[in-house]
Design a protein around this ligand. Structure first.
Ligand code: UDP
Ligand code: MG
Length: 326
């Protein structure tokens, strides 16, 4: 039977942790009793450099029940890094891992369905918010705009999916191959491929404590997402430069006609046209440089060029991958 690890990043979550632990434990026990996950399954809290009693609570939980495990980061490294730290730590022990927030905003009942999809053969199951009523209109709107913008810029992300997802062990192994420092997990996971599934859930209210994502963090998160997934903004400079240069040529033609029909003031034409022409050419050149910088940028990420799903090596007795033995 397969072991499920829940990975829960926690930053100053002392207000929610006891309740979260209780709810998750209940869920895990029910899954174990119905025989859908193994008794080796665990709940892993990742303390992301909290300044309150979060770590003490995690230690207590771990002492009270071996179901709970804790990972303590040396300092606050942000949600995405805490998540990756957790996933990469449990990778060797688990068959599947689900990441979810500590504040119970992600409906824990979706876990059953995720596990079900995993058993049907999905390597990645996305939790997608079917409704965002509990978020403020502002948060909803900004988030929607963000998803649309990212898609427009060519990033393959799942609409209304945050970081509530199940990943099989081999999907985690593949994720390990991405060595980038600027981490935007929900943009990377779709790059892995494999069979994926989707589970819909209604996002709940944070039941205690405050959001650890104020507007400032949200904006830097959005910029991180865009710049780590797409070099299209660089390409836009090129188009803009070309457009402005084109305008300068049109202006030149227009002013020449005006000049020969005797309607211009001396010096005006050459001044205006050269401003536009030089501006356009400069932008164009910057765009060309940007194109190379974009290439360098993508090179430095050392992303895996391919991920093998199955290798039927020996026709008589194919060696199944660990995922297919289940
Ligand atoms: N979190 C974290 N490190 C941070 C900020 C947040 O590990 O620097 C965790 C936090 O404890 C929670 C999750 O990330 O489990 C999502 O944060 P939050 O609920 O505050 O974000 P929101 O739901 O408001 O977007
Ligand atoms: Mg939250």
């Amino acid at each position: 039977m397969d072991a499920l690890y829940l990975v829960v990043p926690c930053y100053n979550e002392e207000a929610v942790l006891p309740e979260t632990a209780r709810v998750l434990k209940e869920k895990m026990r029910a899954l174990m009793e119905s025989g859908r996950i193994s008794r080796k399954s665990r709940i892993v809290f990742v303390n992301d450099g909290s300044k309150d009693r979060t770590w003490e609570l995690i230690v207590q939980l771990h002492r009270s029940d071996p179901l709970f495990q804790g990972i303590r980061l040396s300092r606050n490294k942000g949600h995405q890094n805490a998540l990756l730290a957790g996933l990469m730590t449990v990778r060797e022990s688990c068959d599947m891992a689900i990441s979810l927030d500590a504040d119970l905003q992600d409906d824990v009942d979706a876990i059953d369905e995720m596990v079900e999809k995993y058993r049907e053969g999905c390597d990645i199951v996305y939790g997608v918010r079917s409704a965002r009523q509990t978020d403020t209109a502002f948060k909803r709107k900004t988030a929607e705009t963000f998803y649309k913008l990212l898609r427009f810029l060519g990033a393959d992300i799942v609409y209304n999916h945050a970081d509530y997802r199940l990943m099989s062990r081999r999907a985690l192994d593949a994720l390990e191959g991405f060595s980038e420092v600027n981490l935007f997990l929900r943009g990377l996971v779709p790059m892995l491929g494999y069979k994926t599934g989707t589970v819909y859930y209604a996002r709940k209210e944070r039941f205690a404590g405050e959001s650890k994502y104020p507007l400032k963090k949200m904006i830097s998160f959005a910029l991180e997402g865009i710049t780590s997934l797409s070099v299209k903004p660089l390409r836009m400079i090129t188009s803009l430069g070309a457009m402005i240069f084109l305008v300068s040529i049109l202006m030149l033609a227009y002013f020449l006609i005006r000049h020969f029909t005797g309607h211009t003031i001396t010096g005006w034409t050459s001044t205006v046209v050269s401003i536009w022409a030089i501006g356009g050419l400069q932008l164009l050149s910057m765009g060309v440089i940007g194109e190379y910088i974009g290439k360098i940028y993508l090179e430095t990420k050392h992303r895996p060029k391919f991920i093998i799903e199955t290798y039927l090596e020996d026709e008589i007795n194919p060696r199944p991958s660990s995922r297919e033995m289940n």
